[in-house]
Ligand binder design. Structure first.
Ligand code: ADP
Ligand code: MG
Length: 270
């Protein structure tokens, strides 16, 4: 479904160049919910922008359903971290969710039905006439999610979408994403720096190293499909998986030559 091959991105600067992504290769299957976890500044946003066709890679390719991505693909939606800035303050909630559907040139009745369904799915059925600035941060982020799913994307990209909301809202939004993924069977690529969040959400977690950025590990999350904030996070397997990823990231930070101390770390934590 989504194929990233040898992706490299260097930002050209006046003073110096910044290599944001060194060499990323991975493949996400249709209908998969994959999380990508890596430390701040390792190039996660850069990668997503390349996948979304908003940024041109320095080298390497991104293919979606077999076709090279050279601009924003029509069947993809993106939810960014800065939801406040991604909503139009002069439009109502309904207007914000409907806007991309107008650009898609859907007939009015169809647009109305999709907007209503999406707002209902994110628990904002009664908020259509309000404006984004009348809503809490968590509600605004739900509007951004509603806008993405109303669009009926085959692929949904999310870039640390819950980083700015409180812990309870965040837990609710995580459950919302899993519920929507199961209901609408989209392919989801969810980027986060939060290891626990990645394990809780994903069927699979790709671990990125800090620069030079490569895919350091690719872990199948063999937790039951029915997840619950309390029982899943208390599952010994959950603890094992997060410990493995913590060790991985530490290892990645130490560079390509693993020493005895690194191996010891992994065992002590597992
Ligand atoms: P992440 O999302 O993982 O925190 P980013 O993709 O935002 O990482 O950034 C990766 C690296 O690229 C960082 O060193 C960052 O400073 C640099 N970078 C990001 N955007 C730009 C840009 N537009 N111009 C120059 N450097 C950038
Ligand atoms: Mg980022």
């Amino acid at each position: 479904m989504l194929d990233v091959t040898g992706l490299r991105k260097t930002y050209r600067g006046r003073e110096r160049d910044v290599e944001a992504v060194r060499d990323l290769t991975f493949r996400i299957a249709e209908g998969e919910l994959a999380c990508l976890v890596g430390p701040s500044g390792c190039g996660k946003t850069t990668l997503l922008k390349c996948v979304a066709g908003l940024l041109e890679p320095t080298s390497g390719t991104v293919r979606l359903g077999g076709r090279a991505v050279t601009g924003p693909p029509p069947d993809m939606a993106v939810v960014f971290q800065e939801y406040g800035r991604s909503l139009f303050p002069w439009l109502t909630v309904r207007g914000n969710v409907e806007l991309p559907l107008k650009e898609k040139r859907l007939p009015r009745d169809r647009r109305r039905a999709l907007v209503a369904e999406a707002l209902e799915a994110v628990g904002l059925a009664g908020a259509g006439d309000r404006h984004p600035w009348e809503l809490s941060g968590g509600m605004q982020q739900r509007v951004a999610i509603a806008r993405a799913i109303a669009y009926e994307p085959r692929v949904l990209l999310m870039d640390e979408p819950f980083a700015a909301v409180d812990a309870q809202t965040r837990a609710d939004l995580e459950d919302l994403i899993r519920a929507l993924w199961r209901r609408f069977s989209m392919t989801v690529l969810f980027v986060t720096h939060d290891i626990d969040e990645a394990v809780y959400l994903g069927q699979r977690v790709l671990v990125l190293s800090s620069s030079p950025t490569v895919v350091h590990d690719d872990i199948a999350i063999d937790l039951p499909g029915e997840r619950d904030q309390l029982t899943t996070r208390a599952d010994p397997r959950f603890t094992e998986l997060r410990a493995r990823i913590y060790a991985d990231i530490r290892h990645a930070k130490r560079g390509p030559a693993p020493g005895a101390a690194t191996a010891g770390d992994g065992t002590a934590r597992a």
